[in-house]
Design a protein around this ligand. Structure first.
Ligand SMILES: Nc1ncnc2c1ncn2[C@@H]1O[C@H](COP(=O)(O)OP(=O)(O)OP(=O)(O)O)[C@@H](O)[C@H]1O
Ligand SMILES: O=P(O)(O)OC[C@H]1O[C@H](OP(=O)(O)OP(=O)(O)O)[C@H](O)[C@@H]1O
Length: 207
């Protein structure tokens, strides 16, 4: 049996991803230990799990150095990689929204938009025919309209707490987000049996 390599995003999605693997019978105890290790071999299951930053998961899957990965739809929408998105895992649920001050954009013809997701932002406003300048941020995006760096933001909204505590509101929703199971296109052919077994078990768990 061939070893299946699975990439999991560190951070928010890690706990749920590990729980899901355990629910389908994969013992992930070693992944729960406090450690700085990034590669975990689970020989009894013919599986190797690697931990990496969420934005890097599609790179590893697309290049085929891992066979599958678990990553947020936000990252997939931003990167538009060549891979198969096969299961909506129904955790990491949030949405992409345009947010700003409660009085909106006052019909401005040209908007400055701060975001960690420049591609999603450009595509969304282009479809609406709205002219924008996208200002790329690495985090704390909510600060931009508060400090006058931008008119609005495009960001992830989960509970709405961050917006509320910074005096911002959702102006428009762009898309629903959740974690997805993604596959390398070649692995899907060369390790079809192993991959199909895992996909079926996961799909059954999340349905
Ligand atoms: N409230 C939320 N904020 C951000 N991401 C969320 C939220 N809820 C669910 N997610 C999902 O979790 C994924 C990983 O988020 P996480 O914050 O761990 O990583 P990140 O955005 O790369 O952060 P950092 O750059 O701080 O490591 C996101 O890509 C998204 O799909
Ligand atoms: O609706 P809420 O439940 O408040 O969650 C949304 C917030 O969470 C994320 O930020 P994160 O914690 O990843 O920090 P960041 O600003 O560094 O991206 C996101 O960018 C929002 O700021």
């Amino acid at each position: 049996m061939e070893t299946l390599k699975i990439a999991i995003a560190k951070g928010r999605l890690a706990k749920y991803s590990i729980e899901l693997l355990e629910e389908i019978g994969i013992d992930c105890q070693v992944l729960k230990e406090d450690s700085r290790k990034l590669v975990f071999t689970l020989p009894q299951h013919h599986i190797e799990v690697i931990l990496l930053k969420a934005v890097d998961v599609p790179t590893y899957v697309e290049h085929g150095v891992v066979d599958m990965g678990i990553v947020g739809k936000d990252v997939l929408m931003e990167q538009e990689r060549q891979l198969y998105e096969v299961v909506d895992l129904k955790f990491g649920v949030c949405k992409f929204s345009v947010a700003g001050r409660p009085n909106g954009t006052n019909g401005k013809k040209h908007l400055r938009v701060a975001t960690k997701y420049p591609n999603v932002t450009k595509k969304y406003f282009a479809q609406k025919g709205q002219s924008v300048e996208v200002i790329r941020q690495e985090g704390s995006v909510e600060l931009a309209p508060l400090m006058g760096l931008s008119d609005v933001i495009v960001d992830i909204v989960e509970t709405g707490k961050t917006l509320k505590e910074n005096g911002l509101v959702v102006l428009e929703d762009i898309a629903n987000i959740s974690a997805r199971l993604v596959l390398n296109k070649v692995s899907y052919k060369t390790k079809k049996k192993e991959i199909t077994t895992i996909i079926d078990l996961i799909a059954e768990k999340v349905s």
